[in-house]
Design a protein around this ligand. Structure first.
Ligand SMILES: [Zn+2]
Length: 469
């Protein structure tokens, strides 16, 4: 504890311009998820409760308030608009301010309602940008870096048409990624979601269902043709190909590793690279820009596993997320690269009971003094894990397959998919101006601080502030 005190006393802010920013976003990564992931990792390493996660070594942290313009508990779209653009938005809208209501196709095309992301700010400052996720690259969180839409689910034109809106007028998210002002300038795009980029009738390379676009556009081919005119460009759809990419000679990289979201980390799909492998390739390509870069990396399946109440899978995804952060921290210089790690919202996971020290948080946790039966240490307040009572009794988890990686933890209230939870999330920061992240802040504060630190975009900037007497 004396050592810990000394390191607090030694802490000094890095008051420099942030040349690079890496933004790690754990979707649905509540503080309970982070604690459970630490305990699960500690159980494997033998460090138990003393385990220290990569982001816990970062010098600064703050709580983040996540409510949206219209809801106390946010969705990932409104949240992405806030933490990437600096403006609170309505639920399920992306890259537009609160003047744009859900489904308002006309309003979403009004330029003055468009918000600008920190990724766009980096592009306008002449720096390189990239996005990495394990979900579809058109999903709400990554879309917050480049898209403007009144409906997060309008990921391709078929989605717009299915809602009876005009897909010529309301551009879908995949089209905005390949042809839009910001999307078309992103140099590295890695994740899942091939179906949103290819037309109906195009066979998917992994079998399964094919392309889903109605407009006949093959946006993967379009992307490759455009980028090959600008430099060395590669498209890849499986891990073996991806690992052979020569990042030292690649200017543009598009990797779409799955028809839909990428597979669960716990299932280890051979065609899917890990989040760490994708983050590594992205950093290697982007760091060749002497002007600097902005990289968004999302652990997107943490949220999706929580929605199914599959806590073992969610924790596995959180551990993969930490590996990517650990890698990024090890290959970047805190004097020039600002790294932040945060979440868009919570999920209703709770750590329960009085487990003995050194116990496995993924195991049975404690016993009820009412029905005498055990309960798992991890439980959900709502979601598909609801079981109800059988013959007037709570089902006994010790009689269930609770070590199955896809076991759904018990939930108190039934829902087909868990609803997000509304308490604050945490943000960890390391690097130039990471000391701006202490106390408690709105999610929309985050990009304002990032712009200040990196001297990009509008508002107060460290570089100009420095010039004043
Ligand atoms: Zn969610």
């Amino acid at each position: 504890m004396q050592e810990e005190l000394q390191s607090q006393l030694d802490k000094t802010p890095i008051v420099k311009q942030a040349k690079n920013i890496i933004f790690f976003l754990g979707d649905g990564t509540s503080i309970s998820t982070l604690t459970a992931a630490r305990l699960a990792k500690g159980h494997l390493t033998g460090n138990h409760e003393h385990e220290v996660m990569a982001y816990e070594k970062f010098p600064y942290s703050t709580l983040i308030k996540t409510y949206s313009s219209d809801k106390v508990v946010t969705d990932s779209a409104a949240s992405a608009t806030a933490y990437l653009n600096g403006v609170k938005a309505n639920q399920a809208t992306i890259g537009v301010d609160a003047n744009v209501l859900l489904y308002d196709c006309d309003a979403m095309n009004v330029p003055k309602y468009h918000t600008k992301s920190i990724l766009t700010d980096f592009q306008e400052a002449g720096k390189s940008t990239g996005i990495v996720t394990v979900t579809r690259v058109t999903h709400a969180s990554p879309a917050g870096t480049f898209a403007h839409t009144a409906e997060r689910h309008w990921e391709n034109d078929d989605d717009v048409n299915d809602d009876d809106y005009d897909s010529e007028k309301c551009d879908d998210i995949a089209e905005q990624l390949v042809l839009g002002d910001t999307g078309s300038k992103i140099k590295v795009i890695l994740g899942g979601g091939r179906q949103k980029f290819t037309p109906k009738g195009v066979v998917d390379p992994e079998g399964g269902d094919g392309g889903k676009r109605d407009d006949g556009k093959n946006l993967i081919e379009t992307w490759l043709n455009h980028k090959q005119e600008l430099g060395n460009a590669t498209y890849t759809w499986n891990r073996d190909q991806f690992l052979t990419v020569d990042t030292a000679n690649t200017d543009y990289l598009l990797g779409l590793f799955d028809w839909g979201h990428m597979g669960w980390a716990i299932d280890k799909e051979p065609s899917n690279p890990t989040l760490q492998e994708m983050a590594k390739a992205a950093i290697e390509i982007l760091q060749r820009d002497d002007n600097g870069y902005f990289l968004f990396v999302e652990g997107g399946n943490i949220d999706l596993a929580h929605h199914k109440n599959e806590y073992r899978s969610a924790i596995e995804e959180a551990l993969e997320f930490e590996k990517a952060i650990s890698y990024a921290a090890s290959v970047t210089d805190p004097e020039e690269t600002l790294i932040i790690v945060t979440a868009d919202h919570s999920q209703p996971l709770v750590i329960n009971g009085y487990q003995e020290r050194g116990a496995d948080v993924l195991d049975l946790g404690d016993y009820s003094n009412v029905d005498g039966m055990p309960f798992t240490a991890l439980l959900y307040t709502q979601g598909p894990g609801y079981r109800g009572e059988v013959n007037g009794e709570r089902p006994d988890p010790s009689l269930e397959d609770y070590t199955n990686p896809h076991y759904a933890g018990a939930a108190a209230v039934p829902l087909t998919s868990s609803n997000h939870a509304g308490e604050d999330v945490i943000l960890y920061a390391r690097g130039p101006h990471s000391h701006l992240f202490t106390g408690i802040h709105e999610n929309a504060f985050i990009p304002h601080a990032l712009r200040y630190a990196s001297c990009t975009g509008h508002g107060l900037q460290f570089c100009t502030q420095q010039e004043q007497p």
